[in-house]
Write a protein that binds this ligand. Structure first.
Ligand code: 4AD
Length: 452
C-alpha cells in the first residue's frame, strides 16, 4: 500500500484526476461512524502491507448493511488530501462492493478492541487478521530477509539441507519417523526421519565452500508444553571452516544477532512500536545491543549459580545440564544482555563436539548463547576435526558404521571448523518480548496439537 500511495500521490499532485483504486481488503479496521441517512460513511480499509489503514469516505447512498468489521471489499474512488493531519490522504469512494461478508456476531475479533495474544491463539486460522499478529508476521518476514542478507553480505553460501534424513544429529532420540501411510517396509530401505538439525549436511558442504548456512524447518518429538519448545520450528544454522578458536564462532553469532535486529528495528518501525506500546509494554531489545556480549565458561556459570541465594528447582552442580531457570538467572546476573556460555561438560554434548582434553573436569568446545526472557537461543560448537579422536568417540558410542561417511569428511581434507544453530522462533520471542513461542509462528505444532 505504501508504494501505491506514492504513485497515487504523484497523480494527485499533477492531475487531480479520478482513478480506480482496487483494494482487496481483508479487514475493515473501523466500522461506520454512523448509519444515519445523509451522513457520510467512514471505513478503514487495510491490505495487510502495513499497519496503516486507508480511510475511505463515502456518501450515505453507498452505505450497505453488509459492510461490517472484517469483511472483504472492493472500493473505487478518488484519492484526495485529507483534512486530518495524521493521515495525509483519504479515498473519496464512488463505489463500494462487498466481496466477502463477515458475520459480526461470530467473528471472534471486535472492532476497536485489543485482544491479547492468548485469546487470539485460539483462532490460528484467523488471528493474522488482528493488528498484533499481522505486525508479528511482517516482522517475522523481515527478520527472515535480514538473516539471509547477513549471510549473503558475509560470503556464506546457502545450502538446502534435507528435511528427510537417516541421521539423528543430536543423538537425543527426539525423532519423527517418516514412512508412507500403511507401509510395512521402509520406503528408503532404512529408517528415515524428519531432520532435527541440518548440521551434519552443512559440515559436508563446509568442506567445499568454507562458509555455509541453512535456514529451514526442523522437527523435534519433544513431549513438551513449555513456552519455548515446538515440535516444528525454524532453525538458522551456519558452519565455518578454518576456525582458529571459539571466538571465530561467537563473533559470527553476535554479528548475526546484531545485524538482524538492527535491520528489523529500522525496517519495521510501526510494527515494533505496536508491540512496545500495546502487546509487550516495557520490552526493549535495543538495550541488549549496547555492549558486546559477555562470555563465561560453564564452570564459571556453575560457580555463579552455586553462590547465588536463588532457590532453583533443579540442581546446578558441575556436570548438570543448565535448565531454563539457570539460564535466565545467568542472563540477569550478567546485566540482562545476551551472554555466551562456553566449554560444557564433555559428556553433555553430542559426538561431534571438539574434545578440550582438559583433565578431570572434562569439557567440550561447545557454546550456547543465552538471551533475556528466553534462555538458550543458540547452540553451537567447534567440531571434532581430528580423525582419531572422532573415530574413538564414535566407536565408544557404537556409531562408527552409521557415521562412516562423516569420518570420510575428516579423512579427506579436514579443516578445523565450527558452527551453530539459532532457534528462529526464540529469536522472535527475544526481539519482541513475547512470552509464549506459540505466538511467534503462524501455525504452531506441539505435542497434542496439530490444528489445521
Ligand atoms: O542446541 P540445538 O539442539 O543445536 C543443534 O541442533 C545443533 N546441531 C545446531 C548446530 O550447531 N548447527 O538447537 C539449536 C537451537 C536452540 O538453541 C534453540 O534455540 C532451538 O534451536 N531449539 C528449539 N526451538 C524451538 N523448539 C524446540 N523444540 C527447539 N529445540 C531447539
Amino acid at each position: 500500500m505504501n508504494k501505491c500511495f506514492q504513485w497515487d500521490q504523484c497523480i494527485l499532485e499533477h492531475f487531480f484526476m479520478m482513478f480506480l483504486l482496487f483494494l482487496k481488503v481483508v479487514v475493515i479496521k473501523s466500522n461506520f461512524i454512523s448509519r444515519a441517512q445523509k451522513v457520510n460513511v467512514f471505513l478503514h480499509v487495510n491490505d495487510g502491507s502495513s499497519l496503516q489503514s486507508l480511510q475511505v469516505v463515502a456518501g450515505a447512498e453507498l452505505n450497505d448493511p453488509l459492510l461490517t468489521f472484517g469483511s472483504a471489499v472492493e472500493v473505487s474512488g478518488i484519492l484526495q488530501e485529507s483534512p486530518h493531519e495524521k493521515q495525509p490522504l483519504e479515498l473519496q469512494a464512488d463505489s463500494i462492493r462487498v466481496i466477502g461478508e463477515c458475520d459480526p456476531v461470530d467473528f471472534p475479533f471486535k472492532v476497536k478492541k485489543r485482544h491479547g495474544l492468548e485469546y487470539i491463539r485460539q483462532f490460528p486460522h484467523l488471528r493474522c487478521r488482528t493488528n498484533a499478529f499481522s505486525s508479528l508476521l511482517r516482522i517475522r518476514s523481515e527478520a527472515t530477509s535480514a538473516i539471509h542478507s547477513y549471510f549473503k553480505d558475509n560470503g556464506f553460501v546457502q545450502i538446502h539441507t534435507p528435511i528427510i534424513t537417516s541421521n539423528d544429529c543430536e543423538g537425543a532420540g527426539e525423532l519423527f519417523q517418516v514412512e508412507p501411510a500403511g507401509a510395512d517396509e521402509h520406503f528408503f530401505s532404512v529408517p528415515a526421519f524428519l531432520t532435527v538439525s541440518g548440521q551434519l549436511h552443512l559440515e559436508a558442504t563446509a568442506g567445499a565452500f568454507s562458509k555455509v548456512y541453512t535456514f529451514g524447518p526442523t522437527f523435534r518429538a519433544e513431549n513438551s508444553q513449555s513456552r519455548r519448545h515446538l515440535a516444528e520450528f525454524y532453525m538458522v544454522e551456519a558452519e565455518i571452516s578454518f576456525t582458529q578458536s571459539m571466538e571465530d564462532l561467537t563473533k559470527v553469532m553476535e554479528d548475526m544477532f546484531r545485524s538482524a535486529t538492527e535491520h528489523v528495528l529500522a525496517r519495521c518501525v510501526e510494527d515494533v512500536d505496536l508491540f512496545h506500546r500495546h502487546v509487550t509494554p516495557g520490552h526493549r531489545v535495543n538495550s541488549m545491543l549496547k555492549k558486546s556480549f559477555p562470555v563465561i565458561t560453564y564452570t564459571e556459570a556453575v560457580d555463579i549459580l552455586t553462590r547465588s541465594s536463588e532457590q532453583f528447582a533443579f540442581p546446578s552442580d558441575w556436570g548438570c545440564d543448565l535448565k531454563t531457570e539457570h539460564e535466565k538467572y545467568l542472563v540477569k546476573h550478567c546485566g540482562n544482555v545476551p551472554v555466551f556460555v562456553t566449554d560444557y561438560p564433555y559428556d553433555l554434548k553430542p559426538f561431534y563436539a571438539r574434545d578440550n582434553q582438559d583433565g578431570p573436569r572434562h569439557t567440550a568446545a561447545a557454546v550456547d548463547l543465552l538471551v533475556p526472557g528466553v534462555g538458550e537461543l543458540c547452540g553451537g560448537s567447534l567440531r571434532e576435526e581430528r580423525l582419531s579422536v572422532l573415530r574413538a568417540r564414535l566407536e565408544q558410542l557404537g556409531l562408527e558404521d552409521a557415521y562412516s561417511w562423516y569420518l570420510d569428511l575428516r579423512r579427506f581434507g579436514s579443516a578445523p571448523h565450527g558452527g551453530f544453530g539459532l532457534g528462529f522462533e526464540r529469536y522472535l520471542q527475544c526481539l519482541l518480548g513475547v512470552d509464549n513461542i506459540k505466538d511467534v509462528i503462524p501455525f504452531p505444532r506441539f505435542s497434542r496439537s496439530c490444528l489445521l
